[in-house]
Design a protein around this ligand. Structure first.
Ligand SMILES: Cc1ncc(COP(=O)(O)O)c(C=O)c1O
Length: 392
């Protein structure tokens, strides 16, 4: 089926594939994506199997199915099947990298000023532990060219830089960063690269082996609409021997013993494995729409949100209006009406049944609108009307 990109009537029924309550305008898939009903169903089947016959499930059935799901994901992100492991989320993946890079006293880790707060915390703590330091590559407030991003990262490098960490698509500011260019430029200076990619799978076509970064961590519970707790860590073959899971367990399901870096992540203790095992159902569901359709429709809506919010406020986004700069999310400046941002966010929910990300940087307020396949222009219109009532 060919999906008419701009025809909301065709898209309205799509919402039934998610269990969103009626009346809720959910524009925050970027913070917490929600699994499709198909994923929840498959997840439930695996949970039932584990609950009814744990011995059979964990000991005999799990490992081959887990490896098949992992291989499917590796194929999807353009990675050799030996270069990727499942982890619960990007947070876990980033912690593994922090423990594996061999950071020592005097080393520097470069991060852009747009990195995710929890990722800053991971690197600050690790640096403090060993006497290293985080160096911020400051991006200009308004961006016009990707050269500005590459230049800012390169300007932060020194002979002490051990690693550069940057998002493939930033979280709060929702910008696509030029990952290939940054990776090449940084590696040319002999420095390793770790990409924080939770917003990329589904939104950007990934070819991780070709990208060539040392580490890439991401989640499938955002733009792939998989179960919460489904993430992955990609590690380049050159550094695999140094990578270890943050939690040491048997590695493989007994009596097998771990032989490769990847094996160490297969069994990290008894837990809910249905998250990983239901990932193929998420990929199947989206493949039916087509990956290009997913990207084009969600960008179309994000662009509509950009225009509509700018028309209301008179303030445009901080990045050019091009697909190279943003995908399914757009961050817009808003008038700060003096209410704390949490109160403003929660008023959108309590008065208008709208969920969106609101935050302040210094005194400037921003709103990030995330658009997914269950959204229509009606959702954006409802948000804009709510902003008009609250702010004007
Ligand atoms: C850029 C970025 N990095 C890391 C994370 C952490 O993801 P998780 O909480 O699933 O570990 C997020 C979550 O929103 C994110 O946006």
């Amino acid at each position: 089926m060919t999906w008419p990109l701009e025809d909301d009537a065709a898209w309205r029924p799509v919402r039934q594939h998610w269990s969103l309550p009626e009346g809720l305008t959910y524009l925050n898939h970027g913070s917490f994506g929600l699994p499709t009903r198909a994923v929840i169903q498959v997840q439930g089947q695996y949970l039932d199997r584990a609950a009814a016959e744990p011995m059979d499930f964990f000991v005999r059935e799990l490992e081959p199915e887990l490896i098949a799901a992992r291989d499917r994901l590796a194929d999807f992100v353009g990675a050799d099947r030996g270069n990727l492991v499942f982890v619960e989320n990007a947070t876990y993946g980033m912690n593994v990298v922090a423990e594996s890079v061999g950071l020592a006293a005097g080393d520097e880790v470069v991060m852009t000023t747009h990195e995710y707060g929890a990722v800053f915390r991971i690197w600050h703590r690790k640096c403090e532990e060993v006497g290293a330091r985080v160096v911020e590559a400051k991006l200009p407030p308004r961006l016009e060219s990707s050269d500005e991003i590459v230049d800012a990262v390169l300007a932060a490098l020194t002979p002490k830089t051990k690693l550069v960490v940057f998002s493939h698509i930033t979280s709060a500011t929702a910008m696509k960063l030029p990952a290939e260019r940054i990776t090449r430029a940084v590696q040319d200076r002999g420095v390793a690269v770790c990409i924080d990619g939770p917003h990329a799978p589904g939104i950007l076509p990934l070819e991780l082996d070709a990208l060539g970064c040392e580490y890439y961590t991401a989640v499938c519970h955002k733009w792939l609409s998989a179960a919460h707790g489904t993430g992955f860590l990609y590690v380049h073959p050159q550094v695999q021997s140094t990578v270890r899971p943050s939690l040491l367990s048997w590695g493989r399901v007994q009596p097998a013993v771990p032989e490769t870096w990847q094996d160490e992540f297969t069994w990290t203790g008894t837990r809910d494995m249905a998250t990983y095992l239901s990932l193929p159902a998420a990929l199947d569901f989206l493949a039916e729409f087509g990956w290009e359709t997913l990207r084009r429709r969600t960008h179309y809506l994000a662009r509509y949100a950009r225009e509509s919010i700018a028309n209301l406020t008179g303030h445009d986004a901080l990045i050019p209006d091009e697909e190279d700069w943003y995908g399914a999310m757009i961050t817009m400046p808003l008038r700060n009406d003096g209410r704390p941002w949490v109160e403003f966010r929660d008023t959108l929910r309590s008065r208008f049944q709208i969920e969106a990300l609101v935050y302040d940087v210094n005194e400037q307020r921003f709103i990030r609108t995330s658009c997914y396949l269950y959204n229509t222009k009606d959702d954006v219109d409802h948000l804009v009307e709510a902003l008009r009532v609250l702010l004007y």
